[in-house]
Design a protein around this ligand. Structure first.
Ligand code: DC
Length: 230
């Protein structure tokens, strides 16, 4: 594809958004940005620094001290997030962060700060970004928008396997409760709640493999190219 586009992937927690986004970015030679990592890193900073996030002034001051950027790691072959020059890609995946991130991500000032950075990253296009509001708020004019979903049982199973490897004490109930809580807060918050953009294409991957979902998405890119000549 000669002309680069913006691809947004939104959807419920743990339905494989980042897997598809990474694969697509690799195939197309695009940058991949995990917007959820930004909210997780902000949550990590708030927790470490005992920020009272119900206090607007404290939040504003804290945000002034947070610098986030992504760097490509040659070993892991993925882009990893840095919080004030510290690689926090792995620590932000802990359940402690997952338990608080939706609350932090529902704060208007936090979203304004993250969205502005995300929009900057998409200036040159050639980007695949996944999250909850990418097709609705961050890039409402993106050329291709995908909204992903999967059965709750399938999502719990996938997330449990992932988390169990790092923490064998975790239970299926804990994972299920956390997913349901995040889905509820993410879709009911006042500022840019999770919802499918009207022009997003729905992808339910409950019964399809990773290869099939990649083929499906690449098919959409191809169709777009043929239709719009991009
Ligand atoms: O994609 P993830 O599970 O790492 O995202 C963590 C949380 O961040 C998620 O529960 C909601 C929030 N989030 C958001 O509000 N908007 C985004 N664009 C991405 C994530």
């Amino acid at each position: 594809m000669a002309k680069k586009i913006i691809i947004t992937i939104d959807g419920w927690s743990s339905c494989g958004k980042s897997t598809l986004a990474k694969q697509l970015a690799k195939k197309l030679g695009y940058a991949y940005i995990d917007s959820g990592a930004m909210y997780r890193a902000i949550t990590l900073y708030f927790l470490r620094n005992h920020i009272d996030w119900t206090d607007e002034k404290e939040v504003a001051e804290a945000l002034d001290h947070i610098h986030l950027h992504f760097e490509h790691n040659e070993n892991s072959k993925q882009s990893e997030i840095f919080l004030n020059e510290e690689n926090v890609e792995y620590v932000i995946r802990d359940l402690v962060i997952a338990e608080k991130v939706s609350e932090v991500a529902s704060i208007a000032a936090v979203r304004t700060c993250a969205v502005a950075q995300q929009q900057k990253m998409g200036k040159k296009k050639g980007i695949v970004m996944d999250g909850r509001d990418i097709g609705t708020t961050v890039f409402p004019n993106a050329e291709l928008k995908i909204f992903m979903t999967a059965d709750i049982a399938t999502r719990v199973e996938r997330r449990f396997k992932e988390m169990y490897e790092k923490n064998p004490n975790i239970t299926v109930e804990e994972v299920k409760d956390n997913l349901e809580m995040r889905d509820y807060i993410d879709s009911h918050r006042e500022v840019s709640p999770l919802r499918k953009a009207d022009d997003a294409i729905l992808l339910d991957n409950t019964h399809i493999s990773m290869e099939e979902q990649l083929d499906f998405a690449l098919g959409l890119v191809k169709q777009l190219k043929e239709k719009a000549g991009v």
